[in-house]
Design a protein around this ligand. Structure first.
Ligand code: NAP
Length: 321
């Protein structure tokens, strides 16, 4: 199946930029709906990519967008929701549950058959956080559409790469504070490189063997949150003292306070997500999955000076100086 044009919903963000670029390199035309066109200047320069301002939550606008495309990729996701309640708040419901339901309906109506959906590792109806629970519900809706649509679902652990909001957020905190109190430091992650994530999203589009499948996306190595923060500190030259707040009352008190900030780096719901380790046993890996190590990429954006220094050292060595 040769694809000529793809609708990339939620494509204006961190992961979307990499997928848009991968599709563009293959000459695929990409339409990215966005709520604010100003946010997306860097993508406008990609050949074959067009940004359109649209409200994807409006069924009519969504139906118009879907029409005429060969495939849809849905990346929309939110990490925080002010409306906290059980099983999940209105913001999580709109982004993770209602939108996938509407996308599936619009695709069935217009005869567009290929859907690639971004979920998250540990997403499940009985997950401990609103984020994971709503992602689980969205995943179930997409999976249930597999009788009529060719669906592929991806479930990544935390994603790293230039402009990520995980290691870069810790880098900012480590630069600001001489001591870092850390909740959930023992939680385990298997960080995956955004370039690897984008590659499989692009590759799978026309691979029939991936239709109806769900894949975990994880890096080659497991780290505790504390190890990741310490490693970030080393890379930016700020090896701060980390105070372990455990995963109980103190950690939730800190998350509750951080949650009050205008751009919260952490929320109590994020902490609840960390109650389940974000790791895989490898049984749901993408075919020929060979993930890039964190250590091969993180220094290039967290400590670019160090990379430049290594390059200069290499030149000096070669020149015998
Ligand atoms: N980053 C990670 O570590 C990670 C890990 C596991 C899973 N994921 C999942 O991967 C997906 C992409 O993540 P990302 O890091 O690229 O996120 P991101 O940078 O925040 O981008 C998400 C995009 O979705 C759109 N969006 C957000 N909320 C929306 C809403 N309520 N309605 C419509 N559009 C909305 C935004 O587009 P506009 O603002 O332009 O409208 C934004 O560009 C998400 O589903 C996320 O849950 C990410």
């Amino acid at each position: 199946m040769e694809l000529e044009n793809v609708l990339l919903i939620g494509g204006s963000g961190f992961v979307g930029g990499w997928i848009a670029s991968g599709l563009s390199q293959r000459g695929v035309r990409v339409t990215i709906p966005t709520r604010r066109r100003d946010n997306t200047k860097r993508l406008i320069t990609l050949p074959t990519v067009s940004m359109v301002e649209a409200n994807v939550h409006d069924p009519q606008a969504l139906a118009e967008l879907v029409k005429g495309h060969d495939a849809v990729i849905n990346l929309v996701g939110v990490l925080h929701d002010n409306d906290s309640r059980l099983p999940y708040g209105k913001g999580f419901a709109a982004a993770h549950v209602d939108l996938p339901r509407m996308i599936v309906a619009a695709m069935k109506d217009s005869g567009v058959r290929r859907l690639v959906h971004m979920s998250a590792l540990n997403a499940a109806l009985n997950a401990p956080s609103e984020y994971l629970c709503s992602k689980g519900e969205g995943e179930a809706i997409v999976r249930a559409a597999a009788d009529e649509l060719a669906v592929t679902i991806f479930r990544p652990s935390v994603i790293f790469g230039p402009d990520d909001s995980f290691l870069n957020m810790f880098a900012k905190l480590l630069k600001l504070f001489p001591i870092l109190p850390l909740g959930g430091g023992k939680a385990r992650f298997q960080p995956v490189f955004v370039g690897d994530v984008a590659r499989v999203f692009v590759d799978c589009l026309s691979v029939r063997a991936t239709f109806g499948q769900t894949y975990d996306l994880c890096g080659p190595k497991v780290y505790t949150l504390r190890e990741l923060v310490e490693y970030t500190g080393q890379l930016i030259g700020k090896s701060r003292r980390i105070v372990d707040l455990g995963d109980g009352g103190w950690a939730y008190l800190q998350a509750g306070l951080l949650w009050l900030l205008p751009k919260p780096p952490m929320s109590p719901d994020n902490l609840r997500s960390m109650e389940v380790d974000s790791v895989t046993d490898g049984t749901h890996d993408y075919p020929d999955w060979q993930p890039t190590p964190l250590e091969a990429v993180a220094p290039t954006y967290l400590s670019p000076n160090e990379i430049e220094q290594l390059r200069l050292d290499r030149y000096r060595f070669r020149a015998g100086r």
